[in-house]
Ligand binder design. Structure first.
Ligand SMILES: *Cc1c(COP(=O)(O)O)cnc(C)c1O
Length: 402
């Protein structure tokens, strides 16, 4: 089996454009003001940092934005995922299907809650879970389908909802569709709905790199299932009066800044989409590269700008391109992300015997050069020139892939 292909450029310390830029560096005077207010009002021994009211307001605003009935805030996207999974009360043998190209978080949440992680292949262009391959792995033990809106490209959930209806679990009924939208906050799905309003539960992250941020950590679940929302609220506050729970609350300061970020989300995403569309147009003449799909409207947020090198460059050629971009041009890029079972030993151990050859191939052709909504036109031009020159250089050794 190949080893971990999460190759990033060898030297990353002095890059002009970082490997993983952080959205968290984009706060305005309004965020600063919100924090000053929370700090002032919490400096009171009678109330302190009690977060309930501010968090309620943030949750209501978030639910209204997405169109879901409920939003429940957490201290991270990871705990939010884990608690949604926990609600299913998985028993040994229960299976959860997820795309092999993924962040490790969703896969660890399945394993952490005692489920069998079942891997399926991605769509070759969007890298989102492929419904055809999903049907291949559905069984009578499937308890959930876990879908990640990969790097900002919103999945059409309709084929998955139909699959769930066609393959009901004998006890629990159609497996719920759980959506990981950590990289797609503010996105629109192909049906025109706001991400968070479709599927059974949707998880968001407000960690430092994400599309909106709450001081570097934070998460949210949206759902229209009252029973799930109620249970999530007790899970994060020591179980109410009768059940297990722990403390996974978001702080008041995070909620206050989240409210401001939410109001700015569309504007921040629009700036990112603008840069991404410009890059796609500029790179259209680079025949070797497969560019991310451009769809009309706002159905792709470009959390990352995925590039695929030709199949004949797989692995080595891709790695050389990333290193050349870094060393000669100062452009950081990342493989976002490798196939989880190749990159993470516990996941590999847990999925022994499963392979997704298409995912392995695609991940070994993937690179995501730095993209950020605050980049200037000069940054963008320099990065596009660098990608073009570096690709031409690698093509001399590895061919143009035709
Ligand atoms: C960031 C991320 C998460 C986890 O969010 P945290 O808030 O960092 O715990 C889950 N899934 C995906 C796809 C992510 O990118």
């Amino acid at each position: 089996m190949p080893t971990n292909p999460a190759t990033v450029p060898r030297s990353t310390a002095h890059l002009r454009w970082p490997v993983e830029p952080a959205q968290g560096g984009w706060y305005t005077e309004a965020e600063h003001e919100a924090v000053r207010q929370v700090l002032a009002e919490s400096d009171d021994w009678r109330t302190g940092w009690k977060s309930a009211t501010t968090t309620d307001v943030f949750e209501d605003a978030f639910a209204a934005y997405t169109g879901a009935a409920h939003a429940v805030a957490f201290n991270s996207g990871g705990t939010a995922l884990e608690m949604v999974m926990r609600y299913l009360q998985l028993t040994p043998g229960d299976e959860v299907v997820s795309c092999a190209i993924n962040f490790v978080g969703p896969h660890l949440a399945v394993i952490g809650q005692g489920g069998n992680l079942i891997l399926a292949e991605p769509d070759p262009l969007t890298l989102n879970l492929d419904p055809v391959d999903t049907e291949r792995v559905l069984t009578a033990r499937t308890r959930a389908i876990l879908i990640t809106h990969w790097n900002g490209a919103a999945v059409d959930l309709r084929p998955f909802l139909a699959l769930a209806e066609r393959h009901p679990h004998p006890v629990h009924g159609p497996p719920p569709v759980i959506v990981d939208a950590a990289r797609c906050c503010g996105g629109r799905t192909p049906t025109g709905r706001v991400v968070g309003s479709e599927g059974w539960a949707t998880i968001f992250s407000f960690e430092s790199k994400k599309l909106m941020t709450t001081f570097g950590q934070g998460g949210m679940v949206t759902t229209s299932d009252q029973s799930l929302a109620d249970r999530l609220r007790t899970l994060r506050t020591y179980g109410g009066l009768d059940r297990w729970g722990t403390n996974q609350m978001m702080t008041k300061a995070q909620a206050a800044v989240g409210l401001v970020q939410l109001a700015r989300l569309d504007e921040m995403n629009a700036a990112r989409i603008d840069r991404a569309h410009h890059r796609t147009r500029r790179l259209a003449r680079v025949a070797e590269l497969t560019l991310p799909p451009t769809r009309h409207g706002r159905k792709h947020l470009y959390y990352r700008h995925n590039l695929l090198v030709p199949a004949s460059w797989t692995g080595d050629g891709r790695d050389k391109l990333m290193n050349l971009l870094a060393e000669r041009h100062g452009v950081g890029s990342i493989v976002s992300d490798p196939v989880t079972y190749l990159g993470h030993r516990l996941i590999r151990h847990h999925t022994t015997g499963q392979r997704c050859p298409r995912a392995e191939q695609l991940a070994a052709r993937l690179l995501c050069p730095c993209l950020h909504p605050r980049m200037t036109p000069e940054d963008e031009t320099a990065i596009c020139d660098a990608i073009q020159q570096a690709t031409a250089h690698i093509a001399r050794t590895y061919g143009t892939g035709e």
